[in-house]
Design a protein around this ligand. Sequence first.
Ligand SMILES: Nc1nc2c(c(=O)[nH]1)N[C@H]1C(S)=C(S)[C@@H](COP(=O)(O)OP(=O)(O)OC[C@H]3O[C@@H](n4cnc5c(=O)[nH]c(N)nc54)[C@H](O)[C@@H]3O)O[C@H]1N2
Ligand SMILES: Nc1nc2c(c(=O)[nH]1)N[C@H]1C(S)=C(S)[C@@H](COP(=O)(O)OP(=O)(O)OC[C@H]3O[C@@H](n4cnc5c(=O)[nH]c(N)nc54)[C@H](O)[C@@H]3O)O[C@H]1N2
Ligand code: SF4
Ligand SMILES: [Mo]
Length: 719
Amino acid sequence: MTEFMLKYFRTKQKEVQSEKTYDTQCPFCSMQCKMQLIEQTIVTRKKYSAVGKDNPTTKGRLCMKGMNAHQHAFHSERITHPLLKKNGEFVRVSWEEALQYIREQVTSIQTKDGHDALGVYGSASITNEEAYLLGKFARVALQTKHIDYNGRLCMSAAATAANQTFGMDRGLTNALSEVPHARVIMLAGTNIAECQPTIMPYVEEAKENGAYIIVIDPRETATAQIADLHMKIKPGTDAALANGMLKIIIEERLTDEAFIKQRAEGFEGVKRYVTSLSLEDISEQTGVPIEQMRKAAVKFAREETGMLFTARGVEQQTDGTAAVRNLLNILISVGKIGKFGCGYGAITGQGNGQGAREHGQKADQLPGYRSIENQKDRAYIANIWGIAEENLPQKGVSAFEMMKKVHEGEITGMFLMCSNPAVSNPNANFVKAALKKLKFFAAVDLFISETARLADVILPASSYLEDEGTMTNVEGRVTLREASKPCLGEARHDWQIICDIAAALGKGRFFSYESAEDIFNELRKASRGGIADYSGITYERIRKEGGILWPCPEHRHPGTKRLFETEFSHPDKKAKMCVVPNEPTVKKDEPTEDYPLCLTTGRVMSHYLTGVQTRRSAALRARHFESFMEIHPKTAEKYKIEDRVLVKIESKRGSIIVRSKWSESIRPDTVFVPMHWGDSQNVNCLVAEDLDPSCQMPGFKVCSVRIRRADDKDVNKLS
Ligand SMILES: Nc1nc2c(c(=O)[nH]1)N[C@H]1C(S)=C(S)[C@@H](COP(=O)(O)OP(=O)(O)OC[C@H]3O[C@@H](n4cnc5c(=O)[nH]c(N)nc54)[C@H](O)[C@@H]3O)O[C@H]1N2
Ligand SMILES: Nc1nc2c(c(=O)[nH]1)N[C@H]1C(S)=C(S)[C@@H](COP(=O)(O)OP(=O)(O)OC[C@H]3O[C@@H](n4cnc5c(=O)[nH]c(N)nc54)[C@H](O)[C@@H]3O)O[C@H]1N2
Ligand code: SF4
Ligand SMILES: [Mo]
């Protein structure tokens, strides 16, 4: 170090009058990286930075979003007191006034339109305690059947596929520590390099150990760059590609006959079907050369160990469940599950994408992954909640279907917690119109999001730095995030807000908790004996052990690292294989003469979901301050679209204007737009509302569009 630098650092050190550190956890993706927030006070100014902290899942790693997460948490636009819309303008009100308004509205809707006229829309970015409580709030405080959450748009296809094939859904069947030991890894529709960056070192380590990496993606992503084989698939055709690979595996006699015989059901039907298919047809449909299919299939079957990972590229389709099931057919046919270095992972999306789908926020579900349609499950939970079983509502409808019910007049009031459906739901214009139609709409958020703008009342919540609770990460490991800071202004924790509303509605006796830990202890009881059994997990144990993998049915149980070693979770203990047709049953929004290009949507590293948080982080915003359309130069030339110009993209439902970005990494028949912006850049103004019939997942990854250079008139309309 030079003399000059030493002097500089000494002066800097003197400027720092005090330094405090807070142990926390990133609020964004499912990796839930543990980190330390460093607060330095320099004269009167506070300066923050974040560094990774060691833990079993992320081992001290952190990506740019985690490093900069505090920037939105400390942003001046955080809402710090309740806001009520009066004459079209939000005005500051007290909690008493906000809660009284809510009580009046709820009572009026319940009297005029019935209990089921109120909908609750939850989130997988809240803690397990809050997800559990929101489910209880809908059923006990509001007595409505209508509750669902944003995870429906995220993990529902993978979850349904795993339930159908294995009889149980935990994102990863094996702990991540096994990944470096897999000899072949297939990454289908998952861009981990940008979306779960701190998982990448596991795959990189596997590669260093000699593993063969297969990537299936229409784009050459940062993830595809580490692949030994990249199948640049036409969007929406993964089910057919899996059929092609199955055909090759079966015809080349690479199946694990003993495993299939002992552990699976349905293989003969699959065999009959796939052998009847033509590889030439599949190659034509998927755009993947037969030789690539063969290479992938043979490699995956022959290597001793292998793991399959899927994410939203495969799953966010109107046949997402079927496509995942067909990839699982491959895994089972070669016996690569339930063993060391062999397994499946649906790479979870949101911070609590796993836990929030286990404890009762889903329309058909009760805590512990219990079913609301099962008599025994209903009776068990009713007893924990202290209500009569017959007073527990039946199942409701999925997230987007609730929006349809608003248009149909069946739902007239809504509570929204921690989501931005006006940007994240398909056919966003239809969704915005629904939200505007509501007689009563309450949103709980950190900011006035595109959706909160449409609310009658906004309640201020606490951020990851203020709120304590458990989050279940990508591995199925239950982790504890402790609070670092007090609530901002009059903001309250999501769980407190739920309890306060329940109390205002006269249901306070069912919702009296002193802390998040109190709620967790009730959740443990509610999950006991269920599939997602948390009963052996306590805050104290998590603090000591750094996280516990469920199921964990008793205090001495160490948690479960690997699933399905000797049996699957169906009553007959067998995995269920099934025939998946090349052509989906619900037609995709495929290119037509009028809308000749295929639009697919997704993410970039620096932004998170609808961008409400990351667009408010100076460092992250600087990386991408506006949306863009990735387009192959050949296609761009055909449409006379230069690089970095504004383009109008139109579908049958709407239009948006974003900047072009030439890239040779995308298929020429496909364009890509990220999902992180609202209003005139909201890609969901284009996406169709058709849903996968098995899980009600929208087809976010295939949308037919036409494009042209935006003209002055288009641009003028923006301002
Ligand atoms: N930086 C960042 N990280 C995130 C998030 C974020 O918003 N930003 N969100 C989090 C959440 S909630 C989620 S769900 C995950 C999502 O994580 P991913 O699913 O990995 O992310 P996506 O970009 O939506 O889609 C993954 C890939 O699928 C490809 N794809 C598109 N269509 C198809 C297809 O038909 N078949 C195949 N095989 N691939 C296709 C896309 O080109 C894309 O590279 O990320 C989490 N992490
Ligand atoms: N076209 C297209 N659309 C997609 C996808 C896609 O790939 N393509 N992906 C889908 C997927 S995978 C997902 S997960 C969804 C996500 O969609 P959304 O749930 O709508 O996304 P977020 O941006 O996470 O919205 C979270 C909101 O909650 C607020 N918030 C953050 N933390 C807290 C908190 O602790 N408490 C409260 N009360 N509020 C908080 C934020 O400010 C923000 O307004 O989008 C889906 N939509
Ligand atoms: S966004 Fe995901 S990978 Fe990045 S720091 Fe946060 S939890 Fe870790
Ligand atoms: Mo997601």
